[in-house]
Design a protein around this ligand. Structure first.
Ligand SMILES: Cc1cc2nc3c(=O)[nH]c(=O)nc-3n(C[C@H](O)[C@H](O)[C@H](O)COP(=O)(O)OP(=O)(O)OC[C@H]3O[C@@H](n4cnc5c(N)ncnc54)[C@H](O)[C@@H]3O)c2cc1C
Ligand code: FES
Length: 274
């Protein structure tokens, strides 16, 4: 745990990269403390001074979680806008890490990772870990975005597309000039996938309709509910299982999630996003 569970630790923004028009990646450092590490899929509560606090996935490389933590934030409201607008040298508050991650240790040897929009932030660390651990036979990364210029992590996408392990599939809703990739839903690329269901684990993060459709496609290909994992990014407040704000069915998502098996998530996804 980084500092106190309930009291944010001040961290300085030491790097900032604009991913697209509304999303930036921030590297945060606490000079006097060593970040204790994290598991892919976990999140932090990040506080913009005088504005408020929101949950953000840790999007950095687990192998390089020294004294820094990396977040990618899309500006959708007051707090996320304040964080997206933070400059190098600004100080924000950080608590965590919280929640259960993707649990790659128990994953099968073929990994299918499906991410829509800023959902790629929650799976980036899993793809980086899959690359460095050398345990996976195959990683398919299927990424959906509104348009090509909205795609996050362009340097990573280029590197992954050139490497041996990751098969990268990019899908956009609306095309732009010189776009060589697919136009349409990520599920259309998933439909074409040939896989061995007994050797496959699926990670899903993005808009809930995308996760539902992707999960159904994978079920149709014979992957079991236990081997389909989804990140349920409903709103959170305390992050520690105390306030009940993130309750969904019998789960407190900050403690029991945000990653859960599809067998658990399927009935919960019938409840519209809060
Ligand atoms: C575990 C977890 C991990 C997350 N990781 C990231 C991340 O890595 N990067 C990132 O940019 N965002 C992430 N989010 C979403 C982020 O927390 C919200 O965008 C943020 O709370 C919005 O707060 P706000 O004050 O800026 O806007 P608000 O004024 O609270 O909301 C603005 C708009 O965004 C919608 N909204 C708010 N929260 C969510 C949500 N959780 N999912 C979908 N729509 C929402 C609201 O309905 C409203 O329409 C994550 C959420 C959770 C629960
Ligand atoms: S956010 Fe408070 S119990 Fe989960």
């Amino acid at each position: 745990m980084f500092g106190d569970q309930l009291v944010p630790t001040p961290c300085k923004v030491v790097a900032r990269r604009d991913e697209n028009s509304d999303t930036s990646t921030l590297t945060l450092a606490a000079p006097a403390q060593w970040f204790p590490g994290f598991r892919p899929g976990q999140f932090m509560m990040v506080y913009a001074r005088g504005v408020g606090e929101i949950p953000l996935s840790i999007s950095g490389d687990p192998a390089h979680a020294d004294h820094t933590v990396v977040h990618t934030v899309r500006a959708v409201g007051a707090v996320s806008r304040a964080l997206r607008d933070a400059s190098v040298g600004d100080v924000v508050g950080v608590r965590g890490p919280f929640g259960k991650g993707w649990d790659l240790d128990s994953a099968k040897d073929d990994l299918i990772v499906v991410a829509g929009g800023v959902g790629l932030a929650a799976v980036r660390s899993a793809v980086l870990e899959a690359q460095s651990c050398g345990r996976f036979r195959r990683v398919v990364l299927s990424v959906g975005a509104r348009r090509p210029s909205d795609l996050l992590y362009r340097p990573d996408l280029d590197a992954w597309s050139q490497g041996d392990l990751v098969d990268l599939e990019l899908s956009v809703d609306v095309t732009e000039p010189d776009w060589p990739g697919h136009v349409g839903f990520v599920t259309q690329s998933l439909n074409r996938l040939v896989l061995e269901p007994g050797r496959t684990t699926v990670l899903l993060c993005g808009p809930e309709p995308m996760m539902r459709m992707s999960a159904r496609t994978m079920l149709g290909k014979g992957v079991g509910r236990k081997n389909i994992r989804v990140s349920l990014e409903r709103n959170m407040q305390c992050g520690t299982g105390l306030c009940g704000h993130c309750q969904l069915g019998e789960l407190l998502l900050c403690r029991d999630g945000p990653v859960v098996d599809y067998g658990v998530a399927e009935p919960l996804l019938a409840v519209k996003e809060l």
